[in-house]
Each structure stands twice: as structure tokens, then as C-alpha cells.
Design a protein around this ligand. Structure first.
Ligand code: NAD
Length: 435
């Protein structure tokens, strides 16, 4: 099939590359000319396991092309995927500026009937508006079929998730378009949920906000565990073994971040307010999450008797989660700003996110290339991302490099047993501290 994908971010690029891998002829369009240049040379501008290899293979097979030119990009395409960002607007709702620009740009060059597939996360009703707007403004008389096909990939495992997803959701009110979508996705051999446009749009928001709810729920239980001397890891294990609850997404920590959970939770809250149906549970989910990151900093300051001025803190991990270079919504941003505002110094380490971190962390942060450099002579270590190399770090080195062996673990990377009798002070989330 001849396919165009508009937007080559985490979603668009992975979508385009994987669709070419299963045999389609794909052109990816992005207004960022630098990015297009990088992609044409076979380099991925984002860090995703396995992506660059597939990118290079399919460029060589001449099945994958990149351009900034809309006319060239959408010429003779049967299906156009929209994957531009839908960031949070000033009032919390999704800002559709990028998507609207794309729609007004593609109409200028559309000459054949086309299926428009929205992968971007969009408010309920958006796909109907896309159809009306394109049909009304197209230069020739053509039929536009719209499909809501929300994306569920997780950054860090995006390629794997595309080929091994739990389900593919196709919202569509036209049989022919549904057939085309099923044909495209057949090689993935993933169960397909067929539904109408509005339900598909809602499935995406309901999925993300449910996961955010699970995280805030276990974090709230974790905080209570700290007050009453229970261990949240055991609690999560004990409740997660109930198949009605399920064990995943019950890991206590410093709260969720990233470009999706915070903005999608806000978007649904804004939508509820707009239709006069306040989303009470999600308002609490968001409140608990915002507080969660601060609680860790409060703990650090309290440990140093209310004053961290002039001490040095090693921040281990900056990305919003492991295996990505994405800093959008990363808890490390809030943590670093509070630490610097309180007068402490920061040595920051992350295996891949440092370049992105530089634009969002305070300018005073000192970036280092190894964990040891971060720890060297620091007064404590604070773990913010559960990178494998951090989870597997030999704990004796904390004692060797830190001037005071104190570790604050915002991701519960280590078992308490590891620190018992180690001579290292260890504070984590929802578990007894080891002194
Ligand atoms: P992103 O910001 O990484 O990428 C967006 C890309 O679109 C950028 O490369 C940008 O240059 C390009 N772009 C902007 N305007 C354009 C235009 N007019 N024409 C062509 N290209 C244009 O975004 P993302 O993280 O890939 O997210 C895209 C959408 O997918 C969002 O709606 C998001 O909520 C949703 N989503 C994201 C994830 C995720 O994990 N990142 C997962 C599921 C769904």
C-alpha cells in the first residue's frame, strides 16, 4: 500500500518505519527539515531500541522515504496517517494547532480519494471535524474517509510494541476504510478492536488515564505504608496476584511523567469540565502525582535537617523513564529545580538524555559521563530513572564514592535486603528506611 505518515516523532517515525518493514511503500513527512535530513541519512533523531536498524534497512529497500514537501509526500497515497503532537493547551485541553495546520496543508495537494488515519491522541469528536474540514476545503471533489487509530506504544520499547501490541483499535464508520485498515495491519497479527470514531478516541484517553490512576493509587498506598511501617512492594505483590487487579503498573515511585499521561489526564479533566461532568477521580490522580515528586525532595531536605545549601547531590537518571531520551514531563525537572532553588549543587548522570535535559534543567546543573563521576564526593545519591545500569549498580560503590553513603531511591530499584548491613543509608518509596 502507498502510505504517508505526517510527523516523525516517537509515534510517527516508529509507525512509518514499521509499516515499511511489513512491505508498504511509506513516505514520512515532517516540517523539521533538519530531522528529515538526519532521517534520510539513516540516522534516528530519537533513541528507540531497534529503530535505526529498521530505518536503514527499509531506506535501502527503497520502501521508506522522508520529505518536508507535502505535495511530494502525499502524491498518490491511499492512506495518510496523522502523527503530529497534540500538546497540552493553556486550559489543560489538547492543543490541536499542529493537527489543524496539517489538515489545511494536505487539502492543497489532495487529488484522489483517501483514508485519513489519526494516530495522534485527540479529543472526542476531532476525527469528525477532520473529515468535514478536509472535504469542505479540498481543491477537487473527493471522498475522505477518516479513521481513529490511537497509538499505544510505550517509549523505550516502541518498535517491539508495534509488532507485539495487545490490540489495535480501529474506529471507523465506513466499511471500505475498515477493510483497508485490516489489510494494512494483517501482518502484525494483533487482535483488532473495531468501533466507532468517538469510542476509539475515548479508548485512548481511558487507557492512559486508567494507567495513571493505577500509578497514583499505588503511590498513595506507598505513602501510607511509610506512615504505618508497611512495605509497598509486598503490598503491591499481594494485591497484584489477584487477577481482577493485575500486577502491572503497581510500582511505587516518584510519580508518572512523560509527554502523555500528564497531558491526557488534563485533557480528560478539561473535557469533563466542558460538558459539565467533572472527573473527580482523575483530578485526585493528578493531585497525588504532583505531590509525589515533591515528597522525595521533602525527604531529602528533612534528612539534612532542613538545609541542603551547598551540599552536592548526585542525580542518577534524568529521562522520564528508562530506555528513552525523552525529558518531557520528567520528574527530574521538578526535582532539579527544587534542589537548585534550595541552594544545593547537582551532579547529573543519564546514559542518553543529557542533551535533551540541558534545555529543561536549571543551568547550574553539572552533567557528568559516569555514575562514579556523579557520586564522587557528593553528599547523597538520588535515583530518578530505573535504567538497567542503575538497577544493577554494585551498591558497595555508593559507599566508596559518596562522602556520606546516603541513597534516596525514587524508583525502588533495589531490594531492602541488599542494603541491610551495608553501611549505606537507604531511603526508598513506601518502604522502611535502612539506617
Ligand atoms: P513528537 O512531538 O515526538 O513528534 C511530532 C512531530 O510532528 C515532530 O517531529 C514535529 O516536527 C512534527 N510536526 C509538527 N507539525 C507538523 C506539520 N505541520 N507537518 C509535519 N510534521 C509536523 O510527538 P509524539 O510523542 O510522537 O506524539 C504524537 C502524538 O501521538 C501525540 O498526540 C501523542 O499524544 C500521541 N502518542 C504519543 C505516544 C508517545 O509515547 N510519545 C504514545 C501514544 C500516543
Amino acid at each position: 500500500m502507498n502510505i504517508a505518515v505526517i510527523g516523525t516523532g516517537y509515534v510517527g517515525l516508529v509507525t512509518g518505519v514499521c509499516l515499511s518493514e511489513i512491505g508498504n511503500n511509506v513516505t514520512c513527512i515532517d516540517i523539521d527539515e533538519e530531522k528529515v535530513k538526519t532521517l534520510r541519512s539513516g540516522k534516528s533523531p530519537i533513541y528507540e531500541e531497534g529503530l535505526e536498524e529498521l530505518l536503514q534497512t527499509n531506506i535501502q529497500r527503497e520502501r521508506l522515504h522522508f520529505t518536508s514537501n507535502y505535495e511530494e509526500g502525499i502524491a498518490a497515497k491511499e492512506v495518510i496517517f496523522l502523527a503530529v503532537g497534540t500538546p497540552q493547551g493553556a486550559d489543560g485541553s489538547a492543543d490541536l494547532t499542529f493537527l489543524n495546520t496539517v489538515c489545511s496543508d494536505i487539502v492543497k495537494y489532495l487529488h484522489n480519494d483517501v483514508v485519513i488515519v489519526t494516530k495522534s491522541t485527540v479529543p472526542i469528536g476531532t476525527n469528525e471535524n477532520i473529515k468535514t474540514s478536509i472535504e469542505q476545503n479540498a481543491v477537487t471533489n473527493l471522498t475522505v474517509r477518516v479513521v481513529s487509530n490511537p497509538e499505544f506504544l510505550r517509549q523505550g520499547t516502541a518498535v517491539h510494541d508495534t509488532f507485539n501490541g495487545d490490540r489495535i483499535v480501529i474506529g471507523c464508520e465506513n466499511e471500505e476504510a475498515m477493510d483497508i485498515m485490516e489489510e494494512i495491519y494483517k501482518p502484525y497479527n494483533i487482535p483488532i478492536v473495531k468501533t466507532d470514531l468517538r469510542s476509539a478516541e475515548m479508548i485512548k484517553y481511558a487507557s492512559n488515564t486508567f494507567l495513571a490512576t493505577k500509578i497514583s493509587f499505588i503511590n498513595e498506598i506507598a505513602n501510607l505504608c511509610e506512615h504505618v511501617g508497611a512495605n509497598v512492594d509486598d503490598v503491591a505483590n499481594g494485591i497484584g496476584m489477584d487477577s481482577r487487579i493485575g500486577g502491572r503498573f503497581l510500582k511505587a515511585g516518584i510519580g508518572y511523567g512523560g509527554s502523555c499521561f500528564p497531558k491526557d489526564t488534563n485533557a480528560i479533566i478539561a473535557l469533563g469540565n466542558r460538558v459539565d461532568y467533572p472527573m473527580f477521580i482523575l483530578e485526585s490522580v493528578q493531585y497525588v502525582n504532583e505531590k509525589q515528586t515533591d515528597l522525595l525532595v521533602d525527604k531529602i531536605i528533612k534528612r539534612f535537617s532542613g538545609n541542603i545549601e551547598d551540599i552536592t547531590i548526585a542525580l542518577l537518571g534524568l529521562a522520564f523513564k528508562a530506555n528513552t531520551d525523552d525529558m518531557r514531563g520528567a520528574p527530574s525537572v521538578q526535582v532539579a529545580h527544587r534542589i537548585i532553588d534550595a541552594g544545593a549543587k547537582i551532579n547529573a548522570y543519564d546514559p542518553v538524555a543529557v542533551e535533551n535535559a540541558k534545555s529543561v534543567l536549571p543551568k547550574e546543573v553539572n552533567y557528568v559521563k559516569t555514575i562514579e563521576e556523579a557520586l564522587n564526593h557528593a553528599n547523597c545519591a538520588v535515583i530518578l530513572t530505573d535504567w538497567k545500569e542503575i538497577k544493577e549498580y554494585p551498591i558497595s560503590l555508593f559507599r566508596q564514592y559518596l562522602s556520606y553513603p546516603i541513597v534516596f531511591d525514587g524508583r525502588n530499584c533495589f531490594s531492602l535486603e541488599k542494603f541491610n548491613g551495608s553501611g549505606i543509608e537507604y531511603h526508598s518509596i513506601g518502604r522502611p528506611s535502612i539506617n
